[in-house]
Write a new protein. Sequence first.
Lengths: 115, 113
Amino acid sequence: EAQVTQNPRYLITVTGKKLTVTCSQNMNHEYMSWYRQDPGLGLRQIYYSMNVEVTDKGDVPEGYKVSRKEKRNFPLILESPSPNQTSLYFCASSFTFVRGGEGYTFGSGTRLTVV
Amino acid sequence: QKEVEQNSGPLSVPEGAIASLNCTYSDRGSQSFFWYRQYSGKSPELIMFIYSNGDKEDGRFTAQLNKASQYVYLLIRDSQPSDSATYLCAGAKNSGGYQKVTFGTGTKLQVIP
């Protein structure tokens, strides 16, 4: 089954404790992206990747890191989480957006709470 | 001004009616547009995409794009209670070789049985 797999689904952590949210896709997609979703603010892009070893900042990258060492994996790293990073996170992937393309396929989400 | 704007709703329609959701965008460089459906607590699911002016139909769903007026519509015919969800509009534009996708904040649709 074609899918984007995120783990964990739920995570409660303490301020300053490094964490990684994993994301893996089995569709051989080039584009991958991380979004956070907050009430009233919608989906905001954190980082994106156009291919292996090619990553760039989105609209809200502060406090986050990513890496793309393999095409299928795109982990999100919070080196020192803070309470304002409490949010619902989505990983997404796509083959192309040219003339509409396929659009993003989203993972099931990770609800992160930082206390 | 937000790049993609939607009325947050909720938009309430009776079962069987046509639900009309709209979205406006500010960047004329946006080339492709997407409608996603998101049930509460779930991930967004792609319903339709459109990149040419005019209408595009898929089952009960019709997307309309008017580039001159910079709006995108989603029409849902014969609305069902299962259509109750938040609908996200998104636009994609070329940004340094990458198709950057920007989402609106979503419109909540309630279909009343």
